[in-house]
Design a protein. Structure first.
Ligand SMILES: [Zn+2]
Length: 314
């Protein structure tokens, strides 16, 4: 299949800072020989939902540490144009996708949830602007879901959003009052093994990484680490020593963000032991992160002294 480009963040390789993962085998849409071929769209939905929920809490917990804030609704969209034509019938059958962008995830308690929007609702227009017109402003019309999310995020402060939605045969206008959260976008990538990275503005996690995180506390630790890089404005390091200091700082800030978002750092710290174990050659390729055991130990030591709200230490 053509991979779900909808969530393939257009990060240029030159700007990618931190490759936290190694080559992995998992690719969305490529189930094993015994797997039910209908399962992959549902798995992908589960990945999108987990990431959306964790990202929401982390963006909240980051408070004013982020460089900017954007309008947050709690909505994640999916769009059939991002998939290959041959996947179309399955996606229509399993997910109920139509030719319009569909609500793929709604964060519980978010403005969209409070407004009554549900997973499976189609979105036809934002205010007086049809979604097809919004699609015209995208570089690639297949990326309509992505463009719609950016469009909503750019809603000016104090302005409410009127979405024309469709559920079954019923169209209705839903009014959403967005909240302002840390502007960092969290994006799902379907291609790249077990990876997490940031580009100074966005955070991207692969489906392989999301599935390797057995519990959301672990997912929050990984995503928090990358958000830590964004907040710390980490750039190209001049030496391995400097890079390591950046990684330590991102681990510490990420743990604080996860803790203040309600996740259990103690419970999730051993993730790095498991993660480094499954890719033993990793250290030779990326000698900038400490060993899994050292990272887990540091996080557990740190966990005792974490306070909220999160404050930058340097
Ligand atoms: Zn890092």
């Amino acid at each position: 299949m053509r991979i779900n480009q909808n969530y393939a963040l257009s990060l240029s390789l030159a700007t990618i800072l931190v490759m936290a993962g190694g080559p992995g085998a998992l690719r969305a849409g490529e189930p094993g020989p015994d797997a039910d071929p209908k399962i992959w769209p549902l798995q992908l939905r589960q990945d999108m939902t987990r990431l959306a929920n964790v990202a929401w809490k982390l963006r909240k917990s980051a408070g004013n540490l982020c460089l900017g804030k954007s309008a947050a609704t709690g909505l994640t969209f999916d769009y059939i144009g991002a998939y290959s034509d041959s996947d179309g019938p399955l996606l229509r059958q399993v997910l109920g996708l139509t030719d319009m962008p569909q609500v793929a995830a709604v964060v519980p308690g978010s403005p969209a949830d409070l407004a009554g929007i549900e997973v499976g609702d189609d979105v036809l227009a934002v205010g007086k602007v049809s979604v097809s017109r919004i699609g015209e402003s995208a570089d690639d019309s297949d990326l309509l879901a992505d463009e719609l999310e950016k469009w909503l995020a750019a809603t000016p402060q104090t302005q409410q959003i009127e979405l024309l939605t469709r559920r079954g045969q019923n169209e209705r206008v839903v009014v959403i009052r967005p909240v302002r959260l840390c502007a960092t976008r969290f994006v799902l990538k379907t291609r790249d093994g077990k990876k997490a990275f940031s580009d100074g503005e966005n955070v991207a996690l692969s489906t392989g990484m999301i599935r390797f995180a057995a519990i959301d506390d672990e997912l929050a630790l990984i995503a928090g680490h990358e958000l830590g890089h964004v907040i710390n404005r980490d750039r190209e390091a001049k030496s391995i020593g400097e890079r390591r200091r950046m990684e330590d700082r991102a681990d510490a800030l990420g743990a604080a963000l996860a803790h203040c978002a309600g996740y259990d750092v103690w419970r999730s710290a051993d993730f790095w032991v498991r993660y480094h174990k499954q890719d033993r050659l990793r250290w030779f390729r990326v000698p900038t992160h400490r060993s899994g055991k050292a990272r887990a130990r540091q996080l557990k030591e740190l966990q005792v002294s974490l306070t909220c709200p999160v404050a930058l230490t340097n």
